[in-house]
Design a binder for this molecule. Structure first.
Ligand code: NAP
Length: 311
């Protein structure tokens, strides 16, 4: 981030948990980017020009070339639209927006303006995902099971937005599993049925189960946001050559008869690498398939009301 000549001058928007945990270290380690400004209502960083919101940042920092949005998905459309209108390249945290129509509109705006739009899916960059995809390429896939069970209070303390409208609830982590399976399976993923449990007085679910298909394979998902004790982010794929298992969110890969493969976490380094490449090539990468499945679950799924929840 040392301000190399030619580095992309980037503004980071929404300085919360993921910005601090992952985006700042990844940017600091990548000399193709220089962090020029931040936009956050309640947070600022030492030595970096700080603005309360993206419009103030765009007005006050005309040197910016790109923005990376780490705000909650509901509200990102207006932020991304402002950035695109100002001629800035845009990288979006997952889920890329609150609705599919927002993403379609942003894609058209980015194309018209000639800037890069990148809907990032960090879990696809987990170490086991690309080798899993390669291993599955010539296998018959019989069944796929996604188990994504984590403790909302531990990973999202006080994030009231996550249970609000457009907060996705348990689909906020669950969409990471969907981003991996849409990457590793050859056939399109189609939702067949779903149910979800929304706590009384909230808009988004704490639990959901999905039944899907990919070609001839049944794909099931169980998403639980109230898992205490051991946390589970596993994907099991039954094939004609045995079971493939991805665990720890895709970072550990187990193939039949082999020792588990594990590599250091480089998810966000790889996302910024991809963003730099897209900007250099003048391309966009807009993949909404994980969001489509979540939207389909809201269209097709049975809603149950569960017990009230507080953080
Ligand atoms: P967070 O801790 O709540 O941070 C989001 C930040 O956005 C807030 O600190 C807030 O900063 C700003 N913001 C702007 N408008 C807001 C609004 N209407 N409501 C709440 N905050 C608003 O959330 P996060 O965990 O970083 O998640 C942000 C995005 O990253 C989500 O899409 C999430 O899925 C994704 N993500 C999170 C994780 C994780 O481990 N938490 C992992 C991967 C991806 P100001 O108050 O200063 O404006």
């Amino acid at each position: 981030m040392a301000g190399m000549a030619g580095a992309i001058r980037l503004g980071l928007v929404g300085i919360g948990k993921i910005a601090r945990d992952q985006h700042l270290p990844a940017l600091a380690a990548d000399d193709r980017f220089v962090l020029s400004a931040t936009a956050s209502r309640n947070a600022q960083l030492d030595q970096v020009a700080a603005y309360p919101d993206i419009d103030a940042m765009i007005a006050g920092a005309p040197e910016l070339q790109a923005v990376s949005l780490c705000t909650p998905p509901d509200g990102r459309y207006a932020q991304a639209a402002s950035a695109i209108a100002a001629g800035l390249h845009v990288m979006l945290e997952k889920p890329p927006a609150a609705t599919l129509s927002e993403i379609a509109a942003l894609e058209a705006q980015a194309r018209a303006k000639g800037v890069t739009l990148f809907t990032s899916w960090h879990s696809r960059e987990a170490a086991g995902v690309a080798p899993a995809r390669d291993w599955l390429a010539d296998k018959r896939i019989d069944a796929v099971r996604l188990h994504w069970r984590e403790d909302i209070r531990r990973w999202h303390p006080g994030q009231e937005w996550i249970l609000g409208p457009g907060g996705f609830g348990v689909f906020d982590p669950g969409i990471n599993a969907l981003s991996i399976v849409t990457k590793i399976l050859r056939e399109p993923l189609l939702l067949q049925s779903a149910w979800m449990e929304v706590p009384e007085g909230r808009a988004s679910p704490l639990k959901a189960e999905l039944a899907m298909r990919s070609g001839d394979a049944a794909v099931t998902a169980d998403f639980d946001f109230l898992q205490t004790g051991p946390q589970t982010w596993d994907i099991e794929v039954d094939t004609d050559k045995g079971m493939l298992k991805l665990s720890m969110g895709g970072s550990v890969l187990e193939l039949p008869g082999e020792a588990p493969q594990k590599a250091p976490d480089r998810e966000y380094a790889r996302l910024y690498d991809r963003f730099a490449q897209l900007v250099a090539a003048g391309d966009s990468d807009v993949d909404v398939r994980p969001l489509q499945i979540v939207a389909d679950a809201f269209l097709l799924g049975e809603r149950r009301v569960g017990e009230a929840f507080s953080f």
